[in-house]
Design a protein around this ligand. Structure first.
Ligand code: CTP
Ligand code: CA
Length: 501
């Protein structure tokens, strides 16, 4: 072998070594640190029940959007905490089992640093209107239990309807990735200076919320407007919470209304299936502040409900709950509450989802047209109770017996209350979960209280780790080839000269 050929071989070998060394250095120098996971707990103390959520996120990424996810949900046995008004000391202990479940999910050495929050919604709002001292005692009881858990207690309080709407909106937009815009979308949006978010529709047992970014800025009703700066963008958000318009309180309102014109104690109710019967104490019906204005003396103490199963009648019946007669603003939803024109897509969750999912009306591939939704509810309501009961024997009777009313109420609320029509119906997306996380206010609440949503966009390295390593490899290969080529060109080893090769 000639000396030039030897040198060439050595050089080739050295270049390969250099490339390998460069890659090795790039990989080891920039290897991401082992994942350090953090946890947070939020208890959603709703009017019908309490859920405990455990969230996790990588510690080093806590200011990025979309990194927090739900790892556990525990449904507390028994009623919501507002249901303990007659045994307030039992409200706290009812949470113990779910807290123990959270202890199993979160590594013990991290218990102490894990924040735990409890937010109570409309059930407790109503209880504090009805009996403030009972509401305070319930909150002290749950605080005592939460303080005795091994976590870092951060508060147990009643959140306002505005907060409930706003945090629900933050949750779904965080999970849908609407706050983070990358690539062409970011460019497009910065050119048009818009950023699309999705509205949020939440239906609980005692209240319902509507929250979205309206098209035009209007200061007609400042109490319905919220301002946020999130990841470097400004958002002006409309929100309203209707207390007493959750589906359980809406049913109470409807029954109290029906009672006004009754001559005897039996009620033929079009919102329940034919053959269904239920007895209600009239005193219970008027305990809630939602019906107190309809309270009067009745010549009977119990109400006997007989199902009739008639959607059209039920619809006319529930429609009466939405008073559209006077509106002091340019536009209203109902009861004289300001509502700007609807804008964009909406995510509809909690009972909106439970009910529509039961009725098979949530499919994203072929969203049901409004008239198909109505006919589905109509034919469901028309099925006799014995048939419904045997077809869905696995579903709790309390839920099952009310899907006809709830479906009808949801249509009334969306169509009569908020003015959704067949033209924008497909903009409503009924969703239970986004990824592994439930849609609801709890995630947004935790993100806010732990300062995990920065006002300005966090500085992020321009390249991801993978692209960085890839680029290093590419540059090294190009460099090595250029060197080799240059050497070959200038030194023209004999082996490459014409006649020798
Ligand atoms: N699979 C399910 C689960 C719940 N529900 C009903 O859905 C309603 C509301 O549920 P939820 O969103 O959990 O309400 P809460 O959070 O308890 O009430 P609020 O937000 O008003 O405090 C309740 O009437 C409950 O009976 C249902 O019909 N089917
Ligand atoms: Ca709720």
């Amino acid at each position: 072998m000639s000396w030039t050929r030897k040198i060439l071989l050595i050089l080739g070998f050295l270049s390969t070594l250099a490339v390998i060394a460069l890659i090795a250095v790039a990989v080891t120098q920039n290897k991401p640190l082992p994942k350090n996971i953090k946890y947070g707990i939020v208890l959603d103390a709703g009017s019908s029940h309490t859920n405990l959520y455990v969230y996790e996120w990588p510690a080093e990424k806590e200011n990025d959007t979309g990194v927090v996810q739900q790892v556990e949900v525990c449904k507390v046995e028994g009623p919501g905490i507002s249901g303990y008004s007659h045994a307030t000391e039992k409200a706290g202990p009812s949470l113990a089992q779910c807290l123990r479940q959270a202890e199993d999910v979160i590594p013990s050495k991290q218990h102490q640093e894990t924040p735990v929050y409890l937010g109570a919604t409309a059930g407790m709002r109503l209880l504090s209107l009805e009996n403030k001292s009972a509401a305070d005692k319930v909150l002290s009881s749950v605080e005592k239990t939460l303080r005795s858990a091994p976590f870092n207690f951060q508060g147990a309080r009643i959140i306002s309807g505005q907060e409930e709407g706003a945090y629900g909106w933050i949750t779904i937009n965080y999970l849908l990735g609407n706050f983070k815009q990358s690539g062409w979308k970011k460019l497009l949006h910065s050119l048009k200076s818009i950023s699309e978010t999705s509205g949020a529709l939440d239906l609980g047992g005692a209240s319902t919320q509507i929250t979205f970014v309206p098209n035009e800025l209007s200061s007609e009703s400042p109490e319905n407007l919220l301002y946020f700066r999130l990841y470097g963008k400004d958002y002006l958000v409309y929100t309203h919470s209707f207390l007493c318009y959750g589906k359980d309180q809406a049913l109470q309102q409807k029954l109290a209304e029906d009672l006004q014109t009754m001559e005897n104690s039996s009620l033929l109710d079009p919102c329940f299936h034919q053959g269904y019967q239920r007895t209600i104490n009239i005193s219970d019906l008027f305990k809630t502040p939602c019906t107190s204005d309809k309270k009067k003396q009745f010549p009977f103490s119990q109400l006997y409900i007989q199902g009739e199963g008639n959607y059209q009648k039920c619809r006319r019946n529930t429609q009466k709950l939405f008073n559209k007669t006077n509106c002091p603003y340019s536009s209203c939803s109902f009861n004289g509450i300001y509502l700007p024109p609807l804008q964009g897509d909406f995510g509809a969750f909690s009972a909106f989802y439970f009910v529509m999912n039961f009725l098979n009306l949530t499919s994203e591939q072929s969203p049901a047209a409004l008239d198909r939704v109505a006919t589905t509810i109509e034919s469901f309501c028309a099925r006799p109770w014995h048939e419904v009961k045997s077809a869905y024997h696995q579903i709790k009777e309390k839920y099952l017996s009310e899907y006809c009313f709830s479906g009808t109420y949801i249509l009334s609320l969306l169509e009569n209350g908020y003015d959704f029509t067949e033209n924008n119906w497909e903009r409503i997306h009924f969703l239970g979960k986004i990824g592994s996380s439930d849609a609801g206010w709890t995630l947004g609440y935790m993100l806010n209280l732990t300062n995990m949503i920065p006002a300005e966009e966090p500085a992020v390295p321009p390249l991801s780790y993978g692209s960085y390593v890839g680029l290093m490899v590419l540059c090294s290969l190009v460099l090595a080839s250029v060197l080799l080529f240059a050497w070959l060109l200038f030194h023209k080893p004999k082996c490459l000269q014409k006649g020798i090769v």
